[in-house]
Design a binder for this molecule. Structure first.
Ligand SMILES: CC(C)(COP(=O)(O)OP(=O)(O)OC[C@H]1O[C@@H](n2cnc3c(N)ncnc32)[C@H](O)[C@@H]1OP(=O)(O)O)[C@@H](O)C(=O)NCCC(=O)NCCS
Length: 123
């Protein structure tokens, strides 16, 4: 289940964020967290299964797009489809917006077949 970030999840969120290649530096990581907490167009979501938080996805929203800035899954839970499920859940949460990637997230986003359903729908 996709849930919105709140302050009580700060440590787990930082731990998950730190798996992103560009977020290894603690100062940079703290700055990124601050941006998610303070900038209105930035949103951080966590993926919860039972009592465990095992994934994170962070976006920057515009009127028409949702840019995936960060995506991370706990290493013990990878290769089970959670990354793709999070992207799908986000797409469903914002039906009016097109998901886009950054240089950092595009390799995974390209594997998510995001436009498959939309293309089918328009046939
Ligand atoms: C990327 C990540 C979120 C995927 O999570 P996941 O739950 O394992 O993803 P899924 O199970 O839905 O999909 C797995 C597939 O994603 C692909 N994949 C994993 N990491 C990838 C990457 N960095 N770039 C492109 N594709 C990637 C693989 O093809 C994998 O297939 P496999 O299971 O056959 O090996 C996870 O590997 C992670 O947290 N990585 C560290 C953070 C990171 O680098 N994020 C940016 C990724 S561009």
């Amino acid at each position: 289940m996709l849930i919105r970030y709140k302050k009580s999840f700060e440590k787990i969120a930082m731990g998950l964020l730190s798996f992103m290649p560009n977020e290894k530096d603690l100062k940079r990581l703290q700055q990124t967290m601050k941006q998610y907490e303070t900038e209105e167009n930035r949103q951080l979501f966590l993926w919860k299964e039972g009592e465990d938080i095992i994934g994170l996805v962070g976006v920057t929203a515009s009127d028409s797009t949702l840019e995936i800035q960060h995506i991370s899954v706990n290493p013990s839970h990878r290769h089970q489809g959670i990354g793709k499920t999070m992207i799908k859940a986000l797409d469903e949460l914002y039906p009016g917006k097109t998901l886009t990637a950054t240089e950092e997230t595009e390799s995974f986003l390209n594997k998510c077949d995001l436009n498959e359903n939309k293309e089918k729908g328009s046939e």
